[in-house]
Design a protein around this ligand. Sequence first.
Ligand code: GLA
Length: 432
Amino acid sequence: MNRVTQFVSSLILPLALVSALPAYAEAPATLKDAYLPHFKIGTCINRSVATGQGGRRSEDQVKADIALVKAQFNQVVAENEMKWMSLHPRAGKNGYDWIAADAFVEFGTKNNMELAGHTLVWHSQIPNWVFEGTFLPPGAAEKPDPPAAESTPPAPAPNAAPPAPNGAPPGARRGPGGFPGPRQFDLNGPRATREELLERMREHIHTVVGRYKGKIKVWDVVNEAISDGGEEVLRKSPWSVIIGPDFIEKAFQFAHEADPDAILRYNDYGLENPKKRQKLITLIKGLQEKKVPVMAIGTQAHLNVSVTFDIMDQSLAEMKALGLPIHVTELDVNGAMGGQQGFGADVGGNAAATDGGLVAEADKKLTEAYSAIFKAFLKHKDAVKVVTFWGPNDANSWRGRARPLLFDADNKPKPAFDAVVKLATENAPKAP
Ligand code: GLA
């Protein structure tokens, strides 16, 4: 081969290789880079992604999942590891288990990702000891009713397949995250006093937020306090019953004391539903009037493929009017037939609705839905600061069977990925 043919073939070979690559590899694009001019793109990660060990996926799959997270996302949140059940399973100062949460913080910090902490005060995935005590409210029975389900679910194995609801009748709903479903603390029996519960809340928030001060930038301080049905703004939970409605402001005050620089978020689901969103607006305005340090709205956005641009546009516009940044905290789009009935504001019900087949032409519908959603996010990018997916790929999703994410179980980008990246590029500010 003379020098010229050598030169020409040195050009041809890489060109041939490039054209053999999948479409998205031709113009190497990542979510986080494409959205750099707009907002951060995050994902929740589970224990095996954070530690590189264990779980349902093989060692190679976990490695590939980690590579995907590093390549595509610049913000992370722990899927389960910072919930009260995982972090503080036993009473008292020695009852904390920091291993998984520390591993999550180390993963994010090492990879220069923004970290969100999820979640400080929630009625779910919380051990019963938090609410236990000897106080007998008027009319309460001395002995609590026997629990309908096991009173304290065992800590889940990292990434374990969602367990069947313990002791629950066949077909009973799974709770959020696939944990044994509704496990209610019995409020008709002895319980903590308001003061005891406030002190447990204060101690927990100060300890957890204090430990990660300066590392975790954003906290979900209160999760899912709003009721789904009826006229009441707040759901009935041990927090709202034992402490009263001011449990929300107390939680924000404690978090603000523990880290005055952290962004404090109120987080909820089903806010695309106008009625539920109205309750959010009432709640947040009330907190703002009292100067409670609520600094961002977290909208989970567990959606389904029937969502439209108008639904998202309206929802974001109304939330934006509160004057707070909007964080999309748990985005996924259910592609299961059973998940396409209305807004499905109940997360437990949503999980169960992933059973059954996928909608017809699932990939096409998913692409349409994600395009509509991201068009709305981009339209409101003055308020939207971060969009966090609830899982990096379908294999690591609580709604895995409904194929709700942009990457499949082999980490291959779907057509919805291309559409989402294209929208970012089309809307990028033009160079002067
Ligand atoms: C809620 C919680 C999340 C997660 C999902 C389902 O949205 O905020 O932590 O448990 O349910 O997995």
